[in-house]
Every structure is written in structure tokens, then in C-alpha cells.
Design a protein around this ligand. Structure first.
Ligand SMILES: [Mg+2]
Length: 282
């Protein structure tokens, strides 16, 4: 058992952690965070050993710097370099495409990382937004009909459609919360005929961006997460080590009815148990 673990961890030079359901649990509005077992201890251990890590949430309710504060307040050592959201990936990706003007369906946490990289932000709620290169959807509980209408017009006129996430639910302390970007992308599908391109997890854009951020190859990374449809497939489909924790959306039985090829490389009750395995492997 231990030698198997040694083998699994041998190529791991850095960690990508999910946030909700893996490190912490919040309520349905993504407030009132509570730490999950072992989260702060394990990240403190990595920090002490100089092993790079980044927390990559699929949430865009807040900007990366706001999440840094939330996690720091919860006792997890964080700084600007250890936090990514789908908007961190999107900012990087949209600039690389040569886009200049982006229509955003989202709160400030969605568009701030894009604005920080120099993209011009056009909010979907304004009158006559004019032409844009792309439409990007994130966390946006306040949306109305004008947002749908402006996004439809922009896409009809040639803008590409991107979304932070296309996953319906995320883990909260009160059960599943609805992913607003998934709901909005779904609303636009029959109007535009377009599937939104996902930039957050489980896309390869997300893990490649995390690897670049850590200064590592994708196959040198371990991805730790609670969602059988997000972190585990993102890791497995791109050659990273997939570590599944039971503290969030899926629980211990999420893979029971799935083909063995989709199973995580390591399945543990929580990050505390992962820490024990990791220490034993050394
Ligand atoms: Mg999660």
C-alpha cells in the first residue's frame, strides 16, 4: 500500500486544490466559510517544505484577492500567487486570443481579473453596449432579461461565447447551490445555437493555466477536489494525479456507478487523511 502511494506521489511537484467542499464550505451565497478537516494543516505543511500550491475555485463570486482574504481568515496561508478563479484563466486566455472588448455577464469578481490585464469590460446590463469580441459569463445572481438580450445580440453579431463553468451545482454547507454561469449559458444555447466554451474546471485551459502558474508541467501536478465531474476528470484527462475527497458534492460513492477508467488515483475522506498518506509516502 505504502509503496503504491510512494509511486503515486513520486512525480508530484505541486498541488492544485479546489476550494468549496475541499478546503472550506460556505453557504448558498458563498458566505460564512467553515474550514474542512486538515485543510490548513496540509497547506501549512506544503508551504513549510517549499512545495508550490494554488487554490483554483470554479467560483467567480469574488475576485482572487477577495478569496485570498477569505481563506487567510480561515487559517490557510495564502497570497495573490496562490489563488486562481476561472476569471484568472479567462483573462490570460482572452488576451492571448487578441480580444480587446469583452461583454461580461457577472459581478465585479468576474470581470476584475480581466480588467486587470487591460481588457475593456462592457457590462451586459447597459443600454446599447456596442460591438464586442467575446461574451464571458460568471457568477451573476442579479441578471435580468436585458443581460440575455444583449448577450444574444453580441453573439448573433459574431462574438464568441465563453463561460467560467458549465457545472449546475456547487457544494455549500446547506446543500447544492446553483452555478449561475451554467444557468445563463444554458439560457443562451437555444437563442444562439452555441455551446459556451468552458474556461474554468474541468477544461484543459484551466489545468494548463494552473501548471504555468506553478512553473510545472501538468503531469507533475496533483489535483485535489470533491467533484467527480470537475477536478478528477480534469486531472485524469490531462495526465495529472487525481485526488478525490469526500467532503463535498459527490461524497464517498460518487464513482460507484462509473467506469473504472474515470476513477481517481487516490480517494480519501478529507484533506487531513490525504496529508497522512502524503507524509507516510515520504
Ligand atoms: Mg468543490
Amino acid at each position: 500500500m505504502t509503496s503504491q502511494m510512494n509511486e503515486k506521489f513520486a512525480r508530484v511537484k505541486g498541488f492544485v486544490f479546489d476550494m468549496d467542499g475541499t478546503l472550506i464550505l460556505g453557504d448558498k451565497k458563498n458566505n460564512n466559510m467553515a474550514m474542512l478537516p486538515g485543510a490548513a494543516d496540509f497547506i501549512n505543511l506544503l508551504k513549510g517544505k517549499g512545495i508550490p500550491y494554488v487554490v483554483m475555485t470554479n467560483g467567480t463570486a469574488r475576485s482572487p484577492s477577495d478569496y485570498v482574504k477569505v481563506l487567510s481568515d480561515a487559517g490557510i496561508p495564502m497570497n495573490e500567487n496562490t489563488m486562481m478563479t476561472p476569471s484568472s484563466v479567462a483573462a490570460d486566455y482572452l488576451v492571448k486570443q487578441g480580444y480587446k472588448r469583452i461583454m461580461v455577464l457577472g459581478c465585479p469578481g468576474v470581470w476584475e481579473p480581466l480588467a486587470d490585464l487591460g481588457l475593456e469590460i462592457v457590462l451586459s446590463s447597459i443600454e446599447n453596449p456596442g460591438p464586442v469580441d467575446a461574451v464571458y459569463i460568471g457568477w451573476y445572481r442579479e441578471f435580468g432579461f436585458k443581460d440575455i438580450e444583449n448577450a444574444w445580440l453580441a453573439i448573433r453579431d459574431g462574438a464568441e461565447l465563453y463561460t467560467a463553468s458549465d457545472v449546475p451545482f456547487f457544494a455549500t454547507a446547506n446543500g447544492p447551490g446553483i452555478g449561475t454561469s451554467c444557468a445563463l449559458a444554458a439560457a443562451l444555447k437555444p437563442l444562439t445555437g452555441k455551446d459556451a466554451i468552458v474556461l474554468g474546471k474541468p477544461s484543459s485551459h484551466a489545468i494548463e493555466s494552473a501548471a504555468r502558474h506553478l512553473g510545472l508541467e501538468v503531469n507533475e501536478i496533483a489535483v485535489v477536489g470533491d467533484d467527480a465531474d470537475l477536478e478528477v476528470p480534469m486531472a485524469k484527462n490531462n495526465g495529472a494525479l487525481a485526488i478525490y475527497v469526500h467532503t463535498g458534492t459527490g461524497g464517498p460513492n460518487a464513482f460507484d456507478d462509473r467506469p473504472q477508467a474515470t476513477w481517481p488515483d487516490i480517494s480519501v475522506t478529507n484533506v487531513g487523511e490525504l496529508m497522512a498518506l502524503y507524509q507516510d509516502s515520504e
